[in-house]
Design a protein around this ligand. Structure first.
Ligand SMILES: Nc1ncnc2c1ncn2[C@@H]1O[C@H](COP(=O)(O)OP(=O)(O)O)[C@@H](O)[C@H]1O
Ligand SMILES: [Mg+2]
Length: 393
């Protein structure tokens, strides 16, 4: 059918495809925002799930929810080598601009600007963006050079500023599993303080399931501070809807048999569903139906597309040892697997493969759901590896 109207192509339509099957999570977040706005307390959230499960789009949806309540919203993506301190300062600055138009900012918000200035000076952050911080730093605030104190000061100040205007702040942190301990700990401490004071600032983090262990390690009370939400593949009804809705908006329907084929290949993973929709649309004659035969014809295209993109990028720059470990896991099926069994399959002791196991977790290709257990972070990765990965060791 007409590629121009393909509703599954990212960026094809003006709006991204509507989120299906996440009403519960969206409602829960909406309640959290409204509770804080009403001066009650609620918890920041952490979304965990495999790659392609739909965490990033849900974060975007959460920001939209907050914006509908006139809250300031900011997003950042943690990366191993990124300067988190700079990112958070930029997010606070962005939130201030959201809350107060820049021409009024320096009159209305001189105190919070002063604390931001202290933070900038103390952490040697160059000025950027549209706000010039030509205010005096506030002495004794955000200038200790101890990140957990300075970050707490900064977050408290912006949250208080928002509250004074009957608003609030939401900051989303994607790929939070990349945040190093030296940054994760202070962030948790800061959020803890904010929640104790009942100030209207929420953070929503999203990351691979490994983030659960990291948070517990960072601060024991992290488990109580956040509510943890698992983002899984979509159930059959929601997955069918995710396929049917975008097409229906273009006057095209999926035959039941076509949907069945799609669900069976994709196992309900949103990223795979979207790819399936895109290829099925490309291949279907139409004009107003996608048939089972279209779906069957789309399958090799979907596989090829996922193999050369989604899966392949994960394998880039892996070492022979890492590939051998992944191949041993994949031979055993989708997992999770006992680490001891993987080691045994490689003819090694668990301790001998500890380093490579750790490196795969660090790279975000695997995670450890329980002690001595290892699993892929990428759905259906075992299949890809069995078919495509050869290793020399
Ligand atoms: N609930 C959903 N309904 C429809 N499409 C979705 C849904 N969740 C995710 N998608 C689509 O699936 C793809 C992967 O989502 P993304 O949020 O990037 O996954 P993650 O961040 O978990 O890796 C995106 O293209 C997104 O538009
Ligand atoms: Mg993501």
């Amino acid at each position: 059918m007409d590629p121009i109207s393909n509703p599954y192509s990212p960026g094809a339509g003006k709006r991204p495809p509507a989120l299906v099957g996440r009403d519960g999570q969206i409602d829960e977040f909406d309640v959290a925002v409204r509770r804080l706005a009403a001066g009650r307390s609620d918890r920041s959230q952490i979304l965990t799930g495999l790659r392609g499960a739909g965490k990033t789009v849900l974060l975007r949806e959460f920001r939209d929810v907050a914006a509908r309540h006139s809250w300031a919203t900011q997003s950042l993506e943690a990366a191993k080598d990124s300067l988190f301190v700079h990112q958070i300062a930029a997010a606070v600055q962005g939130a201030l601009l959201d809350l107060t138009p820049s021409r009024r900012l320096s009159q209305m918000a001189s105190r919070v600007l002063g604390v931001l200035k202290s933070f900038h000076l103390s952490w040697e952050i160059p000025e950027a963006g549209t706000v010039t911080l030509d205010v005096d730093p506030v002495d004794g605030r955000a200038d200790s050079r101890i990140l957990e104190r300075d970050l707490t000061d900064l977050l408290r100040e912006v949250a208080q500023h928002a509250k004074d205007q009957n608003k609030g702040v939401v900051i989303t942190v994607d790929e939070i599993q990349h945040l190093p301990m030296q940054h994760l700990r202070p962030l948790i401490v800061g959020l803890h303080e904010i929640s104790q004071l009942g100030l209207p600032l929420l953070m929503v983090g999203a990351g691979l399931p490994s983030v659960l262990g990291l948070l517990g390690e960072a601060r024991t009370y992290a488990e109580r501070l956040f509510s943890f939400v698992e983002i899984n593949s979509l159930g059959d009804d929601a997955a069918a809807q995710a396929l049917a809705e975008p097409a229906s908006a273009e006057g095209v329907s999926w035959d039941d048999g076509a949907i069945e084929e799609a669900l069976s290949l994709t196992q309900g993973y949103p990223y795979f569903l979207q790819e399936f929709g895109k290829q099925a649309w490309r291949i279907a004659e139409g004009p107003d139906r996608i048939t089972r035969q279209d779906a069957l014809d789309a399958i090799p295209l979907v596989r090829a597309e996922l193999d050369s993109g989604f899966f392949r990028v994960r394998m880039d720059r892996t070492t022979d040892t890492q590939r051998a470990y992944l191949a041993a896991m994949a031979e055993m099926g989708p997992g999770p697997h006992r680490s001891g069994d993987v080691a045994a399959a490689l003819g090694k002791k668990t301790t001998q493969v500890g380093t490579v196991r750790h490196s795969l977790i660090q790279r975000g290709l695997c995670y450890s759901p329980r002690h001595d257990v290892i699993a892929f972070t990428v759905p259906m990765f075992d299949e890809f590896i069995r078919h495509h990965v050869t290793c020399s060791s």
